[in-house]
Ligand binder design. Structure first.
Ligand SMILES: NC(=O)c1ccc[n+]([C@@H]2O[C@H](COP(=O)([O-])OP(=O)(O)OC[C@H]3O[C@@H](n4cnc5c(N)ncnc54)[C@H](OP(=O)(O)O)[C@@H]3O)[C@@H](O)[C@H]2O)c1
Length: 238
């Protein structure tokens, strides 16, 4: 693989990429994505990470890459605009939609649950939003593999899905965190309607990842295994 440039330096996936490969990582102070340019003109393959939030979040079926986007909030709309910009650019690219990213770095659900359990015996967590918790390290490894393959086979340009397995609710994920961390914190299942948030969140974040497997040979990562590693990294006894 030739040189790799990562936009972002301190994010979860950006850090995981720097741990896995000798990449050049530029923070927004050095390369601001608000000012796009470059990849198509220079014939550089681009791997871009997008989100389940581009979909409406309704129903129960996993979203496939060909499904119609209908973002329910500003974050989803901005990520969709990013996808459309990349497709229109003519650059060789892979847009990789993922969900529920966690790692030992940055802000994420695992760290929030552990922090809350320091001071609470019981936590209420929504049980009707379903998705695939995805380790940042697995996303980083997938990006590296995809970048390598895109360079050899630009025809693999397209949109793909990649999320951890098995799908779970936030409530089930929280219970797994406390179980693996050996914490006695009780998790009360609640519905989204009883936990209003300023931005609408999708109930159905399931992603259908079959094409990612068939085209790039990348299977959905098992989040249980990665959660164990993440907790160890955070110094939480398991
Ligand atoms: N977190 C999730 O649950 C989740 C779910 C689905 C999809 N995603 C997508 O996965 C990707 C990585 O997520 P993450 O959790 O690792 O993100 P994160 O921890 O929030 O980090 C965001 C990264 O994006 C960079 N960045 C933000 N604005 C930028 C700009 N204008 N120009 C250049 N770089 C900019 C930041 O650069 P600096 O290093 O300079 O701060 C940082 O490295 C994102 O595209 C996100 O939308 C995340």
């Amino acid at each position: 693989m030739s040189g790799l440039l990562v936009f972002g330096r301190t994010g979860q996936v950006a850090r995981a990429l720097q741990q896995l490969a000798p990449v050049l990582a530029l923070g927004r102070d050095a390369a601001d994505l608000a000012q796009p340019g470059a990849c198509a003109a220079l014939n550089i393959p681009l791997v871009h990470i997008s989100t389940d939030y581009v979909f409406a979040g309704t129903g129960h079926h996993p979203w496939a890459p060909r499904d119609m986007a209908l973002p329910a909030n500003a974050y989803g709309r901005s990520k969709w605009a990013g996808e459309e910009g990349i497709r229109a650019s003519g650059a060789t690219h892979a847009i990789l939609c993922t969900s529920w990213v966690f790692s030992g770095h940055g802000a994420n659900f695992v760290k929030t649950m552990l922090r809350l359990s320091d001071t609470r015996d019981q936590i209420s967590v929504v049980d009707d939003q379903i998705g695939g918790p995805t380790p940042a390290r697995a996303i980083a490894a997938a990006c590296l593999a995809i970048a390598d393959q895109l360079q050899e086979a630009p025809k693999k340009t397209g949109t793909y899905h990649f999320s951890g397995a098995p799908d779970a609710s936030w409530c089930a994920f929280a219970r797994a965190i406390f179980s693996l961390a050996g914490r006695p914190t009780r998790v009360q299942a609640i519905s989204t309607s009883s936990y209003p948030t300023p931005a609408a969140r999708p109930l159905n974040s399931r992603l259908e990842c079959n094409t990612t497997t068939s085209v790039f040979g990348l299977a959905r990562p098992d989040w249980h295994t990665s959660l164990n590693e993440c907790l160890t990294q955070l110094g939480v006894s398991t």
